[in-house]
Design a protein. Sequence first.
Length: 180
Amino acid sequence: MTWQELERQIQERTKAIWLTEPEDLVRLRNGVVDSGAGSYGSVFTTLLFAQSEIRGLAYYASTAVLNLARDSSFSLEQLKKMARAHFAYRAGFLNYVGLHELGGLYQEYFALLDGLPDREAFVRLTQAIKSYGARLHLWTEHVFPWGLGAHLVQQSPAGAKTVLDQVSRGRWKPVPYMTK
């Protein structure tokens, strides 16, 4: 496969998930995790970590590498090393937690990375995979069970004062049971 073919494939996959939730994310949120990732059989933390790692990969790491690609003081070889260093762990982890399409696209990306002929090819391929990741991240934001944390609310000053007043009263004194 050429880098242009992979770029087209990634763009097609990005279009495919534009309005349709990716199948591997559906499986993940329904608790189908091939690797068994998750604490005590729960998928909640796995979804949370996946959501967070996709954000880190698609927005932070990819944006940083693409910004450095505009800086001519970084060579193409340095950019390739940075991409591998910033993307490989996160992409591997996301594959492990069940986002196999993303993991597979990154495996193809890494397979072609060293042979990319110029900066333009590097930027185009990296931008394509960043776009896929950004769209996947939006899906995780959309389907994440945010309501599960609704009971964990921030305290207002008045609420904090109420809690402090309750604590300041001292320990509760149990009422002795009557025994005969």
